[in-house]
Design a protein around this ligand. Structure first.
Ligand code: GLN
Length: 327
């Protein structure tokens, strides 16, 4: 038996079916008007609420797109799983777990209480505290070296060089004192591995990287594909790390509403405050949506509706089964 025999996933439906369902999801959810565009980072507040794009990337490489799938926006919290993946690759998944934690906080993404409550300063890498701690572990003995590691790693996931959205970076850097506070508290618990101000700056740059839904779909598909980028063919991280990254996404990818998300989709997902949402179907592919209006927990409203619809119609739910044939 090879390792392959132990992998319990199938394939996407035919390309025609996937394209039609992607187009249908766009038609269905474009008219939705619920949710509010985030404004605590001033540069994000101007995003048009009607903006909506989606893309499915199969593990075999094809892209299926609808709407504004090539409109750039800042990656924000969607950077968290990829940063965690790069850190698992750099220091190993056990050390990454010991240093960052992998349990749900049940609290909002920017919670300070999440750091204090465990007594050890542990949270998980999908919320700001664990994510800033993960960023502080980036290899390199200087800010510049660490940033080069991060930018290069993200670019390898995307399959093209990613750049910072300057206005978003400047806007968040001018207003991110809460994240500096979280980093300082982590440092006090010996849970930060770099200077708090610089670690927060690196995290803020990472969150300001500019991507499209098409980029994110391919990045998500890399996590669905044992760490191999489906378009460039590059092995970005080892297969064993992917399953750990996906496990943490299931636990906390949509913060305190991760349970509702899992109940609806049965898949690992991650949301971001600029309106992005990624969903990973292991062995099959990645889905990314971009739609700025968010629910109370900071998750894209149209994105969640799309993921729920496509999970069901593309047969992606990891928990779905049908009875075995009668023997
Ligand atoms: N950069 C944002 C922050 O730290 C990311 C949060 C998010 O996307 N939920 O506040």
């Amino acid at each position: 038996m090879t390792a392959q025999d132990w992998i319990s996933t199938g394939h996407l439906p035919s390309p025609e079916v996937v394209q039609e369902l992607v187009a249908e999801a766009h038609r269905r959810f474009q008219p939705v008007t619920e949710g509010r565009v985030a404004d605590y980072i001033p540069a994000l507040a101007a995003a048009p609420p009607e903006r909506f794009g989606l893309c499915v990337a199969g593990c075999g490489g094809p892209l299926f797109e609808a709407g504004e799938s090539r409109v750039p926006f800042s990656i924000q919290s969607l950077s968290k799983p990829f940063m965690f993946a790069l850190i698992c690759q750099a220091i190993g998944e056990e050390e990454a777990r010991d240093k960052l934690g992998v349990n749900s906080t049940g609290l909002p993404f920017n919670s300070v209480l999440a750091v204090e409550r465990s007594g050890e300063g542990l949270s998980n890498p999908m919320v700001n505290a664990g994510a800033i701690a993960a960023t502080s572990l980036a290899p390199g003995a200087s800010l510049a070296r660490k940033w080069a590691f991060i930018q290069d790693g993200f670019s390898r996931f995307a399959g093209r060089p990613l750049e910072i959205d300057r206005p978003v970076y400047d806007s968040e850097a001018a207003t991110n004192r809460r994240n500096v506070g979280i980093a300082t508290l982590l440092s006090d618990h010996q849970r930060l591995w770099w200077d708090p101000e610089e670690a927060t700056d690196l995290y803020t740059r990472q969150c300001a990287l500019s991507v499209t839904a098409a980029d994110l779909a391919v990045m998500a598909a890399t996590l669905a594909n044992g760490g191999r980028q489906p378009v460039t063919g590059e092995q970005v991280i080892d297969p064993s790390h992917c399953q750990h990254v996906l496990a943490v996404m299931v636990t906390a990818g949509l913060y305190e509403t991760s349970g509702d998300w899992l109940y609806a989709t049965g898949l690992p997902g991650k949301s971001g405050v600029s309106g992005g949402l990624i969903t990973v179907a292991p062995g099959k592919g990645g889905l990314a949506t971009y739609s700025p209006p968010l629910d109370e927990a900071g998750n894209s409203v149209r994105g969640q509706l799309t993921a729920r619809f496509l999970s069901a119609r593309l047969g992606l739910n990891l928990f779905a089964s049908t009875p075995d044939a009668v023997r």
